[in-house]
Design a protein. Structure first.
Length: 116
């Protein structure tokens, strides 16, 4: 079964950190560009960060710059999103997306809640 599985979400206080993981099963991520997206209640899904298949190119939404870091470990078939200095407005369901040509996979999402 081809799937992406996100993990690492949870409840954290403002200023705290979380590391999200996106692991692929049934296929290799080696050739896929990976994006992290999030969707807050009542809002549209938005892009947070992305990383190229080679890992040499990364991009961040303005809201994530300086606080989030995307990385990948192809040996573990996993992509990470390190999130620091979390704010209540970061609360959302976070999804990873793997794209290569016409191949396009989404995970089921992991909830991140930032609250005191």
């Amino acid at each position: 079964q081809l799937q992406l599985v996100e993990s690492g979400g949870g409840l954290v206080q403002p200023g705290g950190s979380l590391r999200l993981s996106c692991e692929a099963s049934g296929f290799s991520l080696d050739y896929y560009d990976i994006g992290w997206f999030r969707q807050a209640p009542g809002k549209e899904r938005e892009g947070v960060s992305c990383i190229s298949a080679s890992g040499t190119h990364t991009n961040y939404a303005n809201s994530a710059k300086g606080r989030f870091t995307i990385s990948r470990d192809n040996a573990k078939n996993t992509v990470y999103l390190q999130m620091n200095s979390l704010k209540p407005e970061d609360t959302a369901v976070y999804y990873c997306n793997a794209k290569w040509g016409l191949m396009d996979y989404w995970g089921q999402g992991t909830q991140v809640t930032v609250s005191s």
